[in-house]
Write a protein that binds this ligand. Structure first.
Ligand SMILES: Cc1cc2nc3c(=O)[nH]c(=O)nc-3n(C[C@H](O)[C@H](O)[C@H](O)COP(=O)(O)O)c2cc1C
Length: 194
């Protein structure tokens, strides 16, 4: 891998975790998409779990089942999970997409944008205990959106409170550092096995 390839653009997949019909995830995902599209090193995929069929009864250990999003996840250099907090944890839909896949997460970084009364911090911290089993690493920085429902304008668009965009950029910069390092690791590991 050349220096240019190492320092070039990265494919980042945002996973929208809530699948509720009326959900705060919609304005938050729209805001996140706007912000991330403006970052010059990112090629963005938005994966909306509400539009993806991953039946629990078809799940296989090791991610063997045919998943409609396996290709997108496999192509990603890093992930951003947009997750609400439900009952002091992350939603079942988020655990389901994690469990449905295996190699797609391996040796890649995961960042979090959380929301809820306390910014989804308990959901995020619990997700940090899950990803090492998939050989994924979680990045230190995160974006917490406490009481985000109070930051919607008359059109229902999310208007981030002060500091939010700065936190997002800090999180994405950390994700980039890990994504570059781990992409290099994945390439050299594959070359060593070839
Ligand atoms: C089943 C359920 C449990 C919830 N539990 C919590 C909770 O423990 N802590 C919290 O901060 N918010 C909790 N909430 C509030 C959600 O964070 C809030 O409704 C958020 O908007 C949900 O995201 P969504 O609309 O995108 O699904 C809960 C919401 C639901 C639906």
């Amino acid at each position: 891998m050349t220096e240019d390839e190492l320092n070039g653009r990265l494919r980042i997949a945002v996973v929208i975790g809530s699948v509720r019909r009326t959900r705060l995830a919609d304005p938050l995902a729209a805001w996140l998409k706007r912000e991330l599209t403006a970052i010059d090193w990112i090629d963005l995929d938005m994966i909306d779990l509400a539009s993806v069929s991953l039946p629990m009864h078809e799940m296989q250990p090791g991610g063997a089942a045919a998943s409609p999003i396996a290709g997108w996840l496999a192509d990603a250099d890093g992930f951003v999970f947009l997750t609400p907090e439900y009952n002091h944890s992350f939603p079942a839909s988020v655990k389901n997409v994690i469990d449905w896949h295996f190699t797609e997460w391996a040796y890649k970084p995961v960042a979090f944008v959380g929301y809820g009364g306390s910014g989804g911090v308990r959901a995020i911290e619990q997700l940090r205990t899950v990803f090492p089993e998939l050989r994924a690493t979680t990045v230190r920085e995160s974006v917490l959106l406490p009481m985000a429902w109070e930051h919607l304008d008359a059109d229902g668009s999310f208007v981030p409170p002060p500091g939010t965009v700065r936190a997002l950029h800090a999180t994405m910069n950390e994700l980039r550092t890990w994504a570059r390092a781990l992409r290099s690791l994945r390439v050299s590991d594959l070359a060593a096995r070839a």
